[in-house]
Ligand binder design. Sequence first.
Ligand code: FAQ
Length: 311
Amino acid sequence: EMDEQERAFQDRIDRGEKIEPQDWMPEGYRKTLIRQIGQHAHSEIVGQLPEGNWITRAPTLERKAILLAKVQDEAGHGLYLYCAAETLGISRDEMTEQLHAGKAKYSSIFNYPTLTWADIGAVGWLVDGAAIMNQVALQRTSYGPYSRAMVRICKEESFHQRQGYSIMMKMASGTPEQRRMAQDALDRFWYPSLMMFGPSDKDSVHSAQSMAWKIKVSTNDELRQKFVDQTVPQAEYLGLTVPDENLTWNEEKGGYDFSEPDWQEFYDVLAGNGPCNADRMAARRTAWEDGAWFRDGLVAHANKRAAQRMA
Ligand code: FAQ
């Protein structure tokens, strides 16, 4: 039941062409991208909060400078992604409103607390590790501005991942207490990191259409498997134990068998009932309200400059 325009569009996708902002696109394609890029942008912005929590308590000046730079990078990624979404005909203010109204999602992972300094290591290692796994694939997404944003973001994310692993190496080779902190961080962040890839393929509502449009180029389960295969040897190198008794190497498939996360917990977090959902939303709303005077000032200044140019 595809009409001629849709058929021509799908042919372009199938040939591997990139779609650009001025090009014709089906409404569903536009909507799906706005949803996904918007969620991705919100994740970067909300994702600053769990790490921002430790900037004032970083153990050394060097670690503090590195963490500050990383959190600033996340802000940059968020702004970059909002711009990519704006090319599809939605404004940043509208996206922000959707987030604050609870209509737009952000990644479930940022609703978990960062309780110790080792958690900052685990976030860099596991959360950025999962993010890169997903984003490397998304460099090949069919929408030009999103795909180009991913290229740059992935470069910065791999630095983030390395800094997280460097914290984990330090902690895992430290005192028995530091080792315990590192293991505890892995225990708490393992399953939430697996959840970042979304529901299993059989429950993923958007995958089939998004794959046909090449908005997504890998399924949720494919990326989750690759993440586990990459991460388990890294945990072994640290001398830490992945909290999964069913974890075994499967020679036949050339990958690990592993336990699925608790999907009920995942849906509870999505519904707003994770440990930090309320805190995260409150922090974002307060930041938005507190910044109103500054945004007003910028607009007033821009208007004044425009009027001067006219005169
Ligand atoms: N959290 O049908 P599907 C970062 C929702 S990395 C929350 O499979 P889809 C870097 C999904 O939206 C994190 N919601 O959906 C960083 C949908 O709900 P909807 C950000 C989730 O879109 C690191 C419903 O469930 N990365 O920020 C999650 O085809 C450290 C059904 O699911 C991205 O956003 C989840 N985990 O596949 C920053 C990557 N999973 O919209 C700071 C781009 C699923 O119908 C510190 N996004 N849902 O209401 C994607 O690749 C995709 O959107 C997926 C989900 C794979 C997340």
